[in-house]
Design a protein around this ligand. Structure first.
Ligand code: GRF
Length: 196
């Protein structure tokens, strides 16, 4: 059984979907750590409810990204985490974490990348007037939502969709897609006979 860490900054509904899939066995992995950069958010409460250890930090308390990522690495080691799923973590990953986890770190983004990267992808899609948007799961690199795409799913945009409605539709797809893709990435053998 692989141990995974999830990083979140807010509500944590995708974190919850991963935990639920892990508990039901459809995702053969154990969530051994939640990393969260915003004290007080709902994701933390969700972790506590499921007895999942958390590392909650405030970036202001560290000199720089290297300093807090070094601390995160320590916590990942303690949690024996072999894989990271970013789920609404609102920070770019720096070289400290990437050097250890590149190819073993995925992110979910609420658009059909490369369209609408960065903040407020749902607002960007509505603004652009597209008839279809979606969800992308990709490996993390040093760019903003630029890493190699693993899987995408489309979501139709209806004329009357508000940001709230579209977000609900996207979340529903995310909660199905993300645990499945993590399961695939973790359990599909590579040429070397091991996961990514
Ligand atoms: C999701 O829409 C995800 O695609 C994006 O941030 C949002 C997080 O939502 N990266 P939640 O905290 O998982 O509810």
């Amino acid at each position: 059984m692989k141990n995974i860490a999830v990083f979140a900054s807010g509500t944590g509904s995708n974190f919850q979907a991963i935990v639920d899939a892990s508990e039901s066995g459809t995702l053969e992995a154990k969530v051994t750590l939640l990393v969260c950069d915003r004290p007080g958010v709902k994701a933390i409460e969700r972790a506590e409810k499921h007895g999942i250890p958390t590392f909650v930090f405030s970036s202001k308390e560290y000199r720089n990204k290297e300093a807090f990522e070094t601390e995160i690495l320590k916590k990942l080691k303690e949690a024996k985490a072999e894989f990271i799923a970013l789920a609404g973590y609102m920070r770019l990953i720096g070289p400290t974490l990437l050097s250890q986890f590149q190819g073993k770190m995925v992110n979910i983004h609420p658009s059909l990348l490369p369209a609408f990267p960065g903040k407020d992808a749902i607002g960007q899609a509505l603004e652009a007037g597209v008839s279809e948007t979606g969800v992308t799961v990709h490996f993390v690199d040093n760019g903003m939502d630029t890493g190699p795409i693993i899987e995408q799913a489309t979501v139709p945009v209806d004329e009357n969709d508000t940001a709230e409605i579209l977000q609900q539709k996207i979340h529903k797809i995310e909660h199905e897609l993300y645990p499945k893709v993590i399961q695939d990435v973790l359990h599909t053998p590579t040429e070397k006979g091991e996961f990514v």
